[in-house]
Design a protein around this ligand. Sequence first.
Ligand code: MRU
Length: 350
Amino acid sequence: MTTRIKPVEWAEGIVRLVDQTRLPAQYVVEEYTDWRQVAEAIQVMKVRGAPAIGIAAAYGLTLAARQIDASEMPAFRAAFGDICQSMAATRPTAVNLFGAIERMQRAVSECETPEAARARLLEEAHAITEEDYEADLRMAEYGAHLLKNRFGVLTICHTGALATGGYGTALGILRLAWEQGKAIEVYACETRPRLQGLRLTAWELQQLGIPSRVITDSMAASLMASGKIDCVIAGADRIAANGDTANKIGTYSLAVLAHYHQIPFYIAAPLTTVDFNISDGSHIPVEERDPREVTHLGEIQIAPEGVRVWNPAFDVTPASLIEAIITEEGIAYAPFTETLNAQRAPSRGA
Ligand code: MRU
């Protein structure tokens, strides 16, 4: 598969979004004409993955700007600000959401008329998408150097084209290494409870023709002990300035296991996922989701009625367990506070 899959697209006043909850059984593209539909799609995870969430929010706000019935800038700005707040309330952990919203608000603040703002927002949403895609391509170049021929690589959740602007973070690195001719074997954790690994990573790896196997999350320790894994690569939803990394629940377990088995553990994410405003991972809000994600498989209840559940969607891996963080600006090693900061371009926006 060489064509670019885009999780979210703009088509003449319509937001087109791949419904990731229906994959791999069905590839369905939904069309939205109301920003509230986009906000709901983010909330229910029809679109998910930190960069893709930011991109969806940006196009949702582009749509919103066309729905705001105001001819004067103060009224337009006030209405747009309220919508930004609602958009920001959809999911709390992935910092790309807030970065994209901030960037869209900044764009509006530089416009003198609602008409100009509407045009500018569309340009900004396109720019956020294309910059993410380009960042992933550069990240893949750096990351692929870390993978040697015949490497077994373990990953978690889903970090491919559908989670990003169209290429992928951790999965983009695997893709490039494979295209470079390295005979890698990828192991994908199924990623309970939403099964992004089983449904989406397995699907994208199949499309790309990369040899892969799925494991249940509880098999990771035995897999590492078997000697089949040479490194672990995961994505990120928010990285604190010191390198502490929030990613899909289960990532921390893999980092602990990798440490025990002396296997390098890498994080791959664009700099838009680094939150330089927070010093460490204790400041990262971790989303707790509906207990039904744990008690049900689809519509089928598999737990006893009334059972109590703890369902955090993410965990925070301490920087001390991370060998390196791969971004579009290079490979950062500890101390991350210094190395990540050095990668940060002064002019960088969201
Ligand atoms: O809850 P999700 O599916 O939006 O979480 C996404 C992840 O945690 C991904 O694995 C990821 O690393 C960030 S997106 C490239």
